[in-house]
Design a protein around this ligand. Structure first.
Ligand SMILES: NC(=O)c1ccc[n+]([C@@H]2O[C@H](COP(=O)([O-])OP(=O)(O)OC[C@H]3O[C@@H](n4cnc5c(N)ncnc54)[C@H](O)[C@@H]3O)[C@@H](O)[C@H]2O)c1
Length: 276
């Protein structure tokens, strides 16, 4: 029997591994990640009788890698794409954050677009940071065209000026802007893909205890307080995100497209209500 294929980006990371385990029970897996840990993840899954059609290590912004992943997915059948690859403020500088979280996301969506048969679904992981209402003048239009050759240099100059030369501040602003841009990108693609019968949604996680989330708790002021303040009364897990992705990718969600689901234990609601 043929099963639907699912592409998981960031498959060696916390959310990616959870998504691979959950979706791999019902789908054939195409996995990718920049980290060499991906080989171990794929071996573990295969040892547990999951079907891994491909496990490709590389930078998601690399065109040759994207072409290979598209070939792995094939054409003519609906596919599911779970895009979890990303970098957080404590992991990288502003340029890498924008390159991975936004530029590579735009490239991934452009690469898969031609093979999206009716019923295909993309779930992109954004962040509650994308909902933070900080305005940085001059960025809104730039963020709509991240594949322009001057994009990184132009927006980087604005970010560095806004951060006053503080590298950590610039990383934080780049993260916020990259995730906000993903929310808008999902809206635009949903409109463009409606006629194809393909859907796209995003999930905005709050603080989730993955390797990235733990690093944020250790290194970013305020992150531990965010973890502890969730009205849900517990920290978020990678499987919380995978379960939300499973619902959004399922036949129970065929009227849901072009929108974002906050999976944050109520943290954003708590912050909004405190702000009045
Ligand atoms: N963990 C959190 O608290 C949290 C909160 C909000 C949003 N997010 C978002 O959720 C997503 C998944 O995060 P996670 O917590 O699983 O993090 P993680 O660090 O555990 O996993 C992310 C994976 O992305 C991979 N990656 C990084 N750069 C890449 C590149 N250029 N090409 C291919 N792969 C690359 C990493 O190797 C890593 O395996 C990210 O987009 C992140 O921004 C996480």
């Amino acid at each position: 029997m043929t099963r639907r294929k699912v592409l998981v980006t960031g498959a060696a990371g916390g959310m990616g591994r959870a998504c691979a385990r959950l979706f791999g029970a019902t789908h054939d897996l195409v996995l990718t990640d920049a980290s060499a840990r991906l080989t171990l993840v794929a071996e573990e899954l295969e040892a547990d009788a999951y079907t891994v059609r491909a496990a490709r290590t590389g930078d998601l912004g690399d065109t040759a890698l994207l072409d290979a992943l598209v070939a792995d997915l094939g054409s003519g059948e609906p596919v599911t794409i779970l895009h979890t690859a990303g970098l957080s403020p404590s992991q990288a500088d502003w340029r890498s954050i924008l390159s991975v979280n936004l530029v590579a996301t735009e490239k991934l969506l452009a690469a898969v677009e031609p093979i999206l048969a009716p019923g295909s679904v993309v779930v992109a992981i954004a962040s509650t940071a994308g909902h933070v209402p900080i305005e940085i003048p001059g960025t809104a239009d730039l963020l709509k065209a991240p594949l322009d050759t001057a994009f990184l240099d132009t927006i980087g100059a604005i970010i560095e000026a806004a951060a006053g030369g503080n590298a950590a501040g610039a990383s934080g602003l780049a993260y916020l802007l990259s995730k906000r841009a993903v929310l808008r990108l999902v809206e635009r693609k949903a409109v463009a893909w409606g006629a194809k019968g393909a859907r796209i949604v995003s999930i905005s996680p709050g603080l989730i205890l993955t390797p990235m989330g733990r690093q944020e708790v250790e290194q970013t002021p305020g992150a531990a307080e965010t973890r502890d303040a969730a009205p849900a009364g517990r920290p978020g897990t990678a499987m919380d995100i995978a379960l939300a992705a499973r619902f959004l990718a399922s036949d129970s969600a065929t009227f849901i497209t072009g929108t974002d689901l906050r999976v944050d234990g109520g943290t954003t609601a708590a912050m909004l209500s405190m702000a009045g």
